[in-house]
Structures are given as structure tokens and as C-alpha cells.
Design a protein around this ligand. Structure first.
Ligand code: PLP
Length: 382
């Protein structure tokens, strides 16, 4: 139940990749037929990715990950706009580290950065963005769905506002692409990141969509690969794995989403009913597979380990670094107090999860939580 961290490779994707690894060893830049076959296969995968997000294949660039795509979008657009005098970047406080640390890094080099607040719902509002936008704003980067709580941001509305002020708009769609419909035209953004391993594709394979006409300075310089936007001999098997995962996602999306939402709701309801002092974090539109629950008077890391011993894999938003439990930066940005930001567990379901597994979690949780609570003295908040 930790599919927002990663997903298992789908059988069909593994088959496609292993065939390619064995048979398609040509370099896509080679003129001879070995190279041309590999190039054709990569371009077929490019079309599959484009189809998943309603884009033109020529606008899709393969990368090594969602992290690289986020870096390329923000650094590439910022550096391309810098000579024009725009030195301001806007994002939100609930972004993935791939975005937050890229902004931090640019801030150290003199860029002005603004992280928009989110309310208790976990949503960025048009008012907050409007107040932060200036004529100096180069890039606005707002994630499509949050990885910890699953809330889907009003990206189309935010993109309209930002573009009216001349900013380039990026969305990190790593947690939505392959899970819910993502359409670049509908979102109205200029740049979009996605990652194969979040939807049953391989790790280390991502893509960025770059709207035609939007200029990015390349992160990786070298040969003329990927229309001179990202140098380096293509990861042929990775790209094909991403393409195969995109094809699969497109055909199964509606049925998978309905099933996962039903499983998620069953889990959420079961937990809230059977364990006192629990509250769901984030409201409004959410990706169908995700729920994030705070357990009062329970250290999230301890509950994670207890669940692991029961054979259940989940994750916490908070990070344990050098023995201190860091609160979740997402829940902190939502304005929640410490007892809620350090006690949260993310359950993120996948296509292989079953009703029986949900029921197992709901049946073991009261005992595990009770045991952990018996070790502390503070009374449970209702
Ligand atoms: N952005 C979001 C929202 C994510 O959830 C993740 C992965 O957890 C990433 C970016 C990074 O993607 P990758 O693991 O492909 O580098």
C-alpha cells in the first residue's frame, strides 16, 4: 500500500523491455538499420507518452526521472528567461523535494522565490497566486497532485492567471499521469513532468512535455539527441518501458480508478470507524488511490514499522533524520499542529491490492495503535 513511492513493473511492460534489451541494441543515432530500428521504437514510445497526455509526440523529451524533468523544467525555463530580466520563481509549500530543492538552489544563486501557502484543504488558491505574481515572475510551478495527501490542484485556473502575467507554467504530474486523465491542453500549462515507475513502468525513466515554442536551456549538453534538448544516447529500454506503461494506463485508467477509489474509501471508512483519534488529511478532489491519516498520540514511524511486521507496507510523510522525527512539510504547510504533522501515515493503493488486504489492515490497526498509545501518557484527542 505504498504505490505512490513506486509500483511493480506490469507484466506486459517487463515483456516489452526484456525483448528490447535482447533484440534492439542499436544506437538510435546510428544511420544503419540497427540504429534506425531502435529510433523507430523510441519514437513509437514517444507517441504513446504523447497520447497519454493529449500532446504532440515532437513535444515529448525522455529523461532519467520525474526529478530530472522537474529540474529541467524549472532551471531550463528560468535560465532561458534570465536575460530578459525575470528573476522570480513561484511554487507551493507542498511540492516534492525535486521542485523545492531546485528552487532553493536557484535562490542561492540570487533568484527571488515565493512558496505559496495552502489552506487546511491542501489546495493552492487563485487568490494566493494572484497576490504573488509580478512582472518579474519567470516560472510558476504547481504540482498536479500531491504525493503525500493526493489532493489535485486547480492547475488550469492557476495556469491562466500565471500566463496572463507572462510567466512560464510547469506542473509536476508525476502523481497523476497514468492514474487520472491528464491533458496538457486542458491544463493550459507549458511544461509537464511525469515518471514511469509511478504507473507500473520502470524506474529511471521519465519524460517532460515542452509546449512547442517554449524555450528551455538544456541541463545536459552534448550531442543532438532529443532534438538537442537532452544530450546522451537514449535509454531505449527505459523509454519503451515508459511507452508500454503509458499504453496500458490509457486502456485501464477508468476501471482501475473506479476500483481503487472504492478500495480507498473502504480503507478510510474502516480506519476512521475502528480507530479513535484519527483524521483524514486533505479534502476535495484527490487521486483515487491515496489517503493520508493522522493517528493521534502515535509516532508515525513506529506505526509504519508495526504495520511492516504485519506484512503491510505504507509510508510516512515525516522523515526520520538523525534520530529526530521531522514533521511532514506538506501537513506543516497546511497549518496543522505537531500532533498531526508527525503522526500521519500515507496509504497509496495499487491495482494488485484486494478487499481482503484492506480488511486485514482495518482489523490489525486498532490493536497496533492501542499498543503504541499505551507507551505514551497524553490523552487521545477526539
Ligand atoms: N514529483 C512527485 C510529486 C513525486 O511523487 C516524485 C516521486 O516520488 C517525483 C517528483 C520524483 O520522481 P522520480 O522518482 O521519477 O525521480
Amino acid at each position: 500500500m505504498d504505490h505512490n513511492a513506486t509500483t511493480p513493473l506490469a507484466e506486459a511492460v517487463a515483456d516489452r523491455m526484456s525483448a528490447v534489451l535482447r533484440e534492439e541494441f542499436g544506437n538510435p543515432s546510428s544511420v544503419h538499420h540497427f540504429g534506425q530500428r531502435a529510433k523507430a521504437a523510441v519514437d513509437e514510445a514517444r507517441s504513446a507518452v504523447a497520447d497519454l497526455i493529449g500532446a504532440d509526440p515532437s513535444e515529448v523529451v525522455f529523461t532519467s526521472s520525474g526529478t530530472e524533468s522537474d529540474n529541467f523544467a524549472i532551471r531550463g525555463a528560468a535560465e532561458a528567461l534570465e536575460p530578459g530580466g525575470r528573476r522570480h520563481l513561484i511554487s507551493s509549500g507542498i511540492e516534492h523535494e525535486a521542485v523545492l530543492n531546485t528552487l532553493k538552489s536557484l535562490a542561492r544563486r540570487g533568484w527571488q522565490t515565493t512558496l505559496l501557502p495552502v489552506g487546511a484543504s491542501g489546495l493552492v488558491t487563485a487568490e494566493a497566486l494572484a497576490a504573488a505574481l509580478t512582472d518579474q515572475t519567470a516560472v510558476v510551478s504547481i504540482m498536479h497532485a500531491n504525493n503525500e495527501i493526493g489532493t489535485v490542484q486547480p492547475v488550469a485556473e492557476l495556469a491562466r492567471l500565471a500566463k496572463a502575467r507572462g510567466a512560464v507554467v510547469h506542473t509536476d504530474a508525476v502523481q497523476t499521469a497514468g492514474k487520472i486523465p491528464v491533458n496538457v491542453k486542458g491544463l493550459g500549462v507549458d511544461l509537464l513532468s511525469l515518471s514511469a515507475h509511478k504507473f507500473y513502468g520502470p524506474k529511471g525513466a521519465g519524460a517532460i512535455w515542452i509546449r512547442r515554442g517554449v524555450r528551455l536551456l538544456p541541463l545536459v549538453t552534448g550531442g543532438k539527441h532529443e532534438r538537442s534538448r537532452r544530450a546522451g544516447t537514449e535509454n531505449v529500454a527505459g523509454a519503451l518501458g515508459l511507452g508500454a506503461a503509458a499504453d496500458l494506463a490509457r486502456t485501464k485508467m477508468t476501471t482501475d480508478a473506479e476500483r481503487l477509489a472504492a478500495l480507498r474509501d473502504r480503507l478510510e471508512k474502516g480506519i476512521i470507524q475502528s480507530v479513535t483519534g484519527t483524521v483524514v488529511n486533505g479534502s476535495g478532489a484527490r487521486v483515487p488511490n491515496t489517503t493520508n491519516v493522522s493517528f493521534d498520540r502515535v509516532e508515525a514511524e513506529s506505526l509504519l514499522i508495526a504495520l511492516d511486521l504485519e506484512g503491510v507496507a505504507v509510508s510516512t510523510g515525516s522523515a526520520c533524520s538523525s534520530g529526530t522525527l521531522e514533521p511532514s512539510h506538506v501537513l506543516k504547510a497546511m497549518g496543522f499542529p505537531a500532533h498531526r504533522t508527525q503522526n500521519s501515515i500515507r496509504f497509496s493503493l495499487g491495482t494488485a491490492n484486494t478487499d481482503a488486504e484492506i480488511d486485514h489492515v482495518v482489523s490489525v490497526l486498532p490493536r497496533l495503535v492501542e499498543k503504541l498509545r499505551s507507551l505514551t501518557r497524553t490523552p487521545v484527542r477526539a
